[in-house]
Unconditional design. Sequence first.
Length: 91
Amino acid sequence: MPAVAIHCKASMSEGMGHVYRQINLATELKKQAWGVTFYIPNFQPAIDLLSKPGFTFVIVNPRSPKPEYLEKFFDFIILDVQNTTESLVCS
C-alpha cells in the first residue's frame, strides 16, 4: 500500500485551516487505498478532528529539528506549514 505523511500546523494562533485542508486530501487518498499518517502538534481540537473519522496521527514537537516522519518510509510527504525552513525540506 502506498503511504503518505501529512505534516500540518494547528494552534490557537494559527487556527485549523491546514488540518481541514489536508483532511479533504487524505479522505480521497484513503479511497484510493493510500495509507495516511498525520503529524500534528499537541493541539486538542486537531486531535479531536482527526480522531472522529479514525485518521492515524502522531503528535510532534513543532520545534524539533528532525521530524519523526523522516525515520519511516513514505512514498511522499506533504508539508502544509508556513515558513518551511530549507533544513526541514532537505533533511
